[in-house]
Every structure is written in C-alpha cells, then in structure tokens.
Design a protein. Structure first.
Length: 240
C-alpha cells in the first residue's frame, strides 16, 4: 500500500563534486544511486576523510564548470566555452586556481565509476531529495528568489500537500517510477548554499535564515532499495 505525496518536477545530475550539473528528463537508479551522479571529485591529499574533498568552499569558481555524463564519460564545459574530459588538462585547469596541491579521482579510468559504491562523493548518502514546499517556505522567510540549484538536489518533488514536511519520511520508503528509495537522514547544509550558482555572489544571510527556520536541515538523503528508471512527472508514493 502507498499514498501519493507528490511528483517529480526536476531531475538533476552532478557528475563532478562541486561542479555545475545537468538537468535530465529521465535517469537510471543503480544500487549506488543515480547513474553518472557524483562519480568524480578533486582531492587535497594532505588531508583525510571528508576533509580531503576540494569543493566550492575551497575554490568558488568550480561552480562555473558544467559537468555532463555522456555514454560513460565525463564532459566538462568551462564558462568561456572550453571543453575538457576527466583528464590531466582539467586537473591543470583547476590546480591553477589554488595553491593547494590537488589530485583527482578516477584519473586513469577510461570510463569513470563511482569511487565509493555506497556513498559516492556525496556527504551523506546516495540520493538527495528536496521539495517545492520547503523551497517556498525558505524563500518566503529569506525574502529573495531562491534557485533550487543552490541545494544540488537530485530530485525536486512537488508535494500534493504543502504543509507536509519531508523530515517525516525519514525511516520510510518512497516508490518513484520503477525505483524504490529508503529515506535515511536530513541533509545538513554549509556555506556553499550562500553562493549564487551563476554570479557566485555570497549572501551569508541565507545560511543564517536556514539555521533559524530549519536548524540547518534542508532536503533528505535516500539510499536505493530497488533500481529502475525515474522520469519527470513520475508520482512519488509513500509506502505504508
């Protein structure tokens, strides 16, 4: 048994951690998450754990590079139109913007694969879900237009009941298209959301407002129970 709580209105894939991503009409959910999502990342080899990851916190300009996953390969387009593969040329491009020596995952692979089969290069779990209701609530509280790209959610869900809170899904399962997901935890946010995804202008008042209204939680992480295809317009069912 399931109750329909909403539908998928946007699908976003981010093949490279902290790069801009791509909007999709459909995607495949594999055992580790969305095919092609967060397959690649840059590292500071002098650090360990999650602190190793080089992100827009270190190099804000990373957000201006768009990454796509095409036929098993990573294609990166810079803001000036130059294109790169996942290769040493791209490493040199990003290295030129920081004094910190960096490296990159999957450098020798002809077809990059997720580095961590369970967690990929994301800070919590495989798939990130956000809702239109939470976006509207935070936008109203902040007092400025709010671009969903700031939150880098894989799926944006339009809720049937905007008074519903996605935190209530934690510990429960969702049926979406052919796939089934287990909602595991909140996503706790950091200063990256304060950067406009186009202009890179920072506004720290957004993080302060999120802390006040949402206790820094925005969106939920989910893991995969059943693989399959998800499309724009698919209904989201909460399993009883």
């Amino acid at each position: 048994m399931q109750s329909i709580v909403g539908e998928i209105t946007e699908i976003n894939r981010y093949p490279v951690k902290s790069f801009a991503g791509e909007q999709l009409e459909t995607c495949m959910i594999e055992t580790y998450g969305m095919l092609g999502d967060r397959f690649c990342t840059f590292y500071d080899e002098s650090k360990e754990g999650w602190w190793r990851y080089i992100t827009a916190r270190n190099i804000p300009n990373m957000l201006t590079y768009q990454a796509q996953y095409i036929n098993g390969e990573i294609l990166v387009t810079a803001s000036d139109g130059r294109t790169f593969g996942w290769d040493k040329d791209l490493l040199g491009e990003i290295q030129s913007q920081t004094k910190t020596p960096i490296s990159m995952s999957n450098l020798k692979a002809s077809h990059p694969q997720p580095e961590h089969p369970q967690l990929l290069s994301v800070d919590g779990a495989s798939i990130l879900l956000i809702t239109d209701a939470s976006l509207k609530k935070l936008e109203a509280a902040w007092g400025h237009p709010l671009d969903q790209r700031r939150f880098r959610g894989n799926f944006v869900i339009a809720l049937n009941d905007e008074t519903f809170f996605e935190g209530d899904w934690i510990g429960r399962q969702l049926s979406i298209g052919d796939a089934q997901l287990q909602v595991d935890s909140f996503c706790e946010r950091c200063m990256v959301i304060t950067m406009d995804p186009d202009s890179l202008e920072k506004d720290p008042t957004l993080l302060k407002k999120l802390n006040k209204e949402f206790d820094l939680h925005f969106g939920v992480y989910a893991s995969v129970v059943k693989t399959g295809q998800i499309r724009i317009g698919d209904k989201v069912g909460l399993l009883e």
